[in-house]
Write a protein that binds this ligand. Structure first.
Ligand code: AMP
Length: 129
């Protein structure tokens, strides 16, 4: 069931537990602002998640309430992770799901970094209206 992406932060969500070291992750990068680790069910040859260390439910929550230092630190880290993964030459995609229509599953803000193959168009093509 997708989360709403707003509301109270749930300290029992899976990424909160990873940040506390209660469950393992395959870490690729860490600094004062973020932790980055491989997605457990990769959808591309490279599929890494970048999460802020603080308690933000979604990009809506993060963008509205995080400090400027935290926002800058987060996005600089996303670029640093992609660079570390050697994705800049071939390119990559960054994606954040928020709420029900985007099927956000984990209620701790995160971005996906996909790479390692041509990724196709960003959304399934369909006729609207
Ligand atoms: P989203 O739909 O944007 O909330 O995506 C959540 C992502 O978290 C999915 O791609 C899951 O495969 C991934 N995920 C869930 N549990 C874990 C875990 N324990 N370690 C790494 N990735 C996870």
């Amino acid at each position: 069931m997708p989360v709403k992406g707003l509301g109270e932060y749930d300290d029992h969500n899976v990424f909160a537990r990873i940040l506390r070291g209660e469950i393992p992750s395959r870490k690729v990068y860490e600094d004062e602002w973020v932790l980055a680790f491989h997605d457990i069910a990769p959808q591309a040859p490279v599929h890494v998640l970048v999460i802020p260390k603080k308690r933000w439910v979604s990009i809506a929550d993060f963008s509205a309430r995080a400090s400027e230092g935290e926002i800058a630190g987060f996005w600089r880290a996303v670029g640093a992770v992609a660079r570390q993964l050697d994705l800049e030459g071939t390119g990559y995609r960054v994606l954040a799901n928020m709420g029900e229509h985007a099927s956000q599953e984990v209620p701790h803000f995160h971005v996906h970094i996909f790479g390692g193959r041509p990724l196709g168009r960003m959304l399934e093509r369909r006729t609207e209206g």
